[in-house]
Design a protein around this ligand. Sequence first.
Ligand code: CDP
Ligand code: MG
Length: 691
Amino acid sequence: MESKYNIGNSKTGTLPKFQMKLKPNPIIFSNKNLPSSPKKIKLSEPEHKKVIISSNNSNFHNKPKISIQEQRRKLPVFDKRNKLLELIKRHKTLIILGETGSGKTTQIPQYINSARLQENGIIAVTQPRRVAAISVALRVAQEYGQGMSVGDVVGYTVRFEDVTSKKTKIKYLTDGMLLREAMFDRLLMEYTVVILDEAHERTIHTDVLFGIVKKAQRIREERNLASLKIIIMSATMDVDHFSRYFNNCQAVYLEGRTYPVNVFYTVKPHDDYQASCVATFFKIHKEAPPKLLAKDPDVQGPPIKVCTLYAAQPGTQQMTVFQPSQPNTRKVVISTNIAETSVTITGIKYVIDSGMVKARSFHPATGLELLKVQRISQEQAWQRTGRAGRDSEGYCYRIYTRSQFELMKKTSIPEIQRANLNTVALQLLALGIHGLHFDFMDKPPKEAILAAFEQLKLLGAVENMDSNNLSPLGRKMAKFPLDPRFSKILLSAQQFGCLEETLTVIALLSSESILLSPPSKRDQAQNVRQKFCSAYGDHITLLNIYREFNNVGQNNRRLWCHEHFINMRNILHAREVRNQLEDICKKCDISISSCGSQMDQLRKCLLTGLFTNVAELHRDRHYITLDRRQVVQIHPSSSLYGQQPHFVLFTEVVQTSKCYLRSLTTVESDWLYEIAPEYLKIRNIRFNKDS
Ligand code: CDP
Ligand code: MG
C-alpha cells in the first residue's frame, strides 16, 4: 500500500495529539533503562513504512573529513578488539551483542582475519538481506584499501551473484546462500569460522543454519577434522534462549554509544497511521528547533530532502540515503523495517514510528501465505526508537497510545513459526533430515511441517510423507534456488515443449518487479503497456514485455524502458537469473524448447507446480480457492482485473482489508484432471459441471 499523501502539503492528514508536547517532562529512556535483554525479534521484508527524520546535516558538513581508517578506530568495537579476539580464540561458540552501528558486521571479520584466527579456512558472514550483504562487502573491501576491490580478499555471494575468488578470506553471504552451500557440503568444510549475523531477525534460513552449523561443528570435532568456530551476532536478543541452544555458550555485550531518546505516545488511537505519520512529520518540521539552519521567514521550516529506503529498491537509489544533504536542508527518510537494525544512517534525530510492519505469514488452515500489515512487537518499537539516539539526544513519536504499546507482543514470532516451509522441508531432505526431527531452536508448528510434506509429495518430490528420501525428481528440484513449486514447473517444461518461456516467467517471478507504476503516472504507464497485455493474464503479459525488451537494440534499451515504465535494472537482473536457471536446467538434461505462441502449453506447465494455487469464480467478482475454500478477489493491479475468468492460477496473495490475488494466469479445470488427479482426489475437489 503506497501512501496516498502528497508530501509537501502540510494540510493532509490529521495531526495526532501526543501525550506530551515537544518538551516538558518527556519519558526519557537511555541505554541503561532499555529493557535489559529484549527477547527474540523477527522481521521480514518487505516491511511497512515508518518515517525517520534526520536532523539537519550541517554538522556533518562542518566536520573535517576523517580518513576511513580513522572512522574504523572511532567505532565502539575498536576498543574491545583484543578482548574480543581473545574470547573468539577461547570459545568455539560465542554470542556477540551490540547496538546497531557499533561495528560488528564490518569490523569483527576483519579483526579475525588480521589475527589469522580462521587459519586456512574462510570466514563466512551471513546477512538476512542481499542488499546488506552486498553493501557491507563493498564497504569492507574499501576499508581494506591497498587497491583491493570486492571479490579479492573480501567478497560476497548472494542468490544469482557470486563475487568471490580464490583469494577471498572474508565472504559475506545471504543466509539462504550458506544454506544452499550446506546442501552440497553438510560440514561446510570450506569455512573455519561462520558468523551468523542479525540473528535476532530469526529468518527461516538463519534458524535452519543454527541447527546446521551446530551439527557440523559437532561432527567435525568427532571426526577430528578442522574445527568450526560459530559466532552469533545480533543487535538485541534473548541471550539465554540462544545460549541454551548452543550448549550454554558464552555471550558478550558490546556497549555502544547511545544518547537518551524522548518517547511520545499519542493520546488516542489513530487508525490511519499513514496520515498521522505525515501530519506528525509536518508538525515536527515546523516546530522543531532548526538548530543551525538559517531562518528564512518565508519558509515554514527548512527545505526538505525526501529519501526512501526499502529492500526491493534499486541500489543506486538506496545509496542516496547515506549521502549528506545540502546544508540547511532537513533530510527525511521513509523506510521499511530495513532501517530498524540492518543499516545505519547517521544524523537521525527524530523517529516517527507507525507501529506497523508488513510481514509474511502462512496459515496451514487456509493453505495461503499472506503479506499482511500488522502491529510490531515491543522489541521492534524499541529498535525503531533507538535509531534516534545514535549521534545525540533524540525524539521518537509513536503513532499509538501507551496502552496500545502495552498490548503489543513483547517479541516477534520467528519466521519459521509463521511461514510456508516447502523450501526448507525440501532443503532439509536434501541434507537427509526430516523436518519433524530437526534440532530447531524454536520448533515450527507440526501442521506447517506436515503441510510442507504434503505439498512435496503432491509435487512428486518425495516417495511418502514419513520418508527421508527424495525421489529422483525431488533431487533435481533441490538443485534450484527456488520454491519447489517453481522448480517443478521448470522440470516439467520439457513435457510441454516450453522451456524458453518457462525460464523467462520463473526468472521474472524470482526477481523484483520490472513494472514501474509511479502513483502520479499510473494511468499513463498502464496505457503505454496495454499492447503487452495478454488475455491469459499477468505471467504471459510479463513474458510479452520480456520478449519485446530483447528485440530492442542495445542502444535504445534505456529509452524503451523509460517510455514503457519498465525498471531496466530489474529486467537485466531477471535476464541474469534466467541464464543461471538455464545452466541448472542443462545440468539436469532438460533440452531447450519453445512453444512459440502456443500459450496453452505454458499455462499447463505453470499448473504442474501451482495446482494448489487455483481459485474458481464464485459470484460477482469473488473467487474461492480450490485448496481450502478461502474467499479471495483479483487485485486491481492484475491485467485480469475487471474480467471474470472461471479459473485462475495465482502466485501471490496480499491481505489488506480483503484478501487479494496478484500475478494470475487463466487456466481450465479440465487440465487439473490431467495434471493433478491425485490432488483433486485428496481434497475432494469437484467442479460445478460435474455435479
Ligand atoms: O553491525 P553493526 O550494526 O554493529 O555496525 P556496522 O554495520 O559494522 O557499521 C559500522 C559503521 O560502518 C557504521 O556506523 C557506518 O559508519 C559504517 N558503514 C558504512 O559506512 N557503510 C556500510 N555499508 C556499512 C557500515
Ligand atoms: Mg550489523
